[in-house]
Design a protein around this ligand. Structure first.
Ligand code: NAD
Length: 368
């Protein structure tokens, strides 16, 4: 066995490709984890320090996320080894060089990720004819503009009402990270009768137990100012968001913000994970012991990838929203029902569900 197979297990990865182009100085990794459910969808990340192992883990996360969302897509991921902050004029030749290198790898459909955006996806589409997360002008559905992920989180919370004391109407919401996911989640929840009591960004927290005017806070944030300078609430430091008493706590910023050393400060009924891996495994276990319901990231924040899939299949914006609603509602029900029946954490039940779907799809494939 060579080192290349050290990540292999019952699901994959099916292909690990290392790419070097001496002319453009492109160095890139592509991992296609599993395509039993269909061609893989996964982002192109630009990062200076990503290993084959990390790329393989990210590809596996996409296999499980896409399977859990019930999409006809497997999981893949690619990384261009470079500085994500480089100028667009330098980025374009690298991204085009990568696209040309993967032209014949038809079971990988690239999407945007850290360091790439809809413009980079337009270059990929121009070069090889396939990409998701495209600009509206060439058939894309702008998922951050329409709030696909924030909408999906709201649907997940509605479905969770049947499994907890949560009632969105009249609930108090705290959002960590008032960016694309956080703003839209607050907007959709408040439209259903919730009130935003706190929101934070890297520079501080805005707190008002009587409720913050969400539209006005979004407009304020979009001028480039920190939420703590908004006059409709009290300014607190960034870390204070975790102490705010609420019914729904939404991490929508960074990984590992809830850990064993701070999770006991949380006073909420439900945590709806907008960010990817915002809580450590230990923190999720401690929350479950305290009776706090955690809606796991790859179930609750799948709105973005569902939107990308609808775009790929030539669907419209309104179709994307109704598919997000249908799939996330059904998945939350299935996961929470299984978690309750089998006395498992929601994340454990979600992983079981996603793996079973992938294995079932694999059983339909020819073995030779
Ligand atoms: P974004 O850059 O638009 O917003 C992130 C916000 O978090 C910013 O306002 C930033 O100031 C704030 N922030 C960063 N660190 C913080 C901290 N320590 N405390 C408080 N605020 C902090 O990003 P986004 O697109 O909203 O994504 C947020 C998270 O959700 C990321 O983890 C992303 O991977 C994940 N996610 C995004 C989508 C999507 O559709 N955009 C889909 C699935 C998952």
């Amino acid at each position: 066995m060579t080192e290349a197979f050290c990540f292999s297990d019952e699901l994959g990865p099916e292909k690990i490709i290392e790419i070097y182009d001496p002319q453009s100085q492109l160095r890139a990794i592509l991992v296609i984890d599993n395509v039993a459910m269909g061609p893989s969808i996964g982002g192109i990340r630009i990062a200076p320090d990503v290993t084959v192992e990390e790329c393989a883990r990210l590809a596996r996360a996409m296999t499980l996320k896409n399977a859990a969302a019930g999409l006809a897509h497997g999981g893949g991921k690619s990384v261009i080894v470079a500085d994500p902050a480089m100028a667009m004029t330098e980025k374009e030749p690298l991204v085009r060089s990568f696209a040309n290198a993967i032209e014949d790898i038809g079971d990988y459909i690239p999407g945007p990720d850290m360091g790439t955006n809809e413009i980079a996806m337009a270059w990929v589409k121009d070069a090889i004819g396939r990409a998701t997360g495209l600009p509206r002008e060439i058939g894309g559905i702008p998922l951050d503009e329409i709030g696909a992920t924030g909408f999906g989180l709201t649907v997940a919370l509605e479905a969770a009402e049947d499994f907890s004391d949560l009632r969105i109407d009249g609930s108090r919401v705290a959002v960590q990270g008032f960016g694309s996911v956080g703003q839209h989640a607050a907007r959709f929840l408040c439209a259903k009768g919730a009130r935003l009591v706190a929101a934070s960004d890297t520079r501080g927290t805005c707190f008002n137990p009587d409720g913050i005017d969400v539209r006005s806070l979004i407009d304020f944030k979009q001028t480039g100012k920190p939420v703590s300078e908004y006059t409709g609430g009290e300014a607190l430091d960034c870390d204070a968001l975790i102490d705010v008493e609420c019914d729904i706590w939404i991490p929508a910023a960074r990984p590992d913000v809830l850990r064993a050393d701070n999770v006991d400060r949380l006073r909420t009924l439900v945590v709806a994970e907008g960010a990817n891996i915002p809580a450590t495994a230990e923190a999720e276990r401690l929350l479950a012991e305290r009776g706090v319901l955690v809606l796991p990231d790859f179930i609750a924040n799948a709105g973005g990838v569902i939107c990308a899939s609808v775009e790929w299949h030539n669907g419209t914006e309104s179709q994307a929203m109704s598919v997000i609603e249908e799939k996330i509602r059904a998945n939350v029900h299935e996961v929470l029902t299984a978690a309750r029946a089998q006395d498992k954490l929601p994340r454990e039940a979600a992983i079981d569900m996603a793996r079973a779907r992938v294995l079932q799809a694999m059983s339909f494939r020819k073995t030779n």
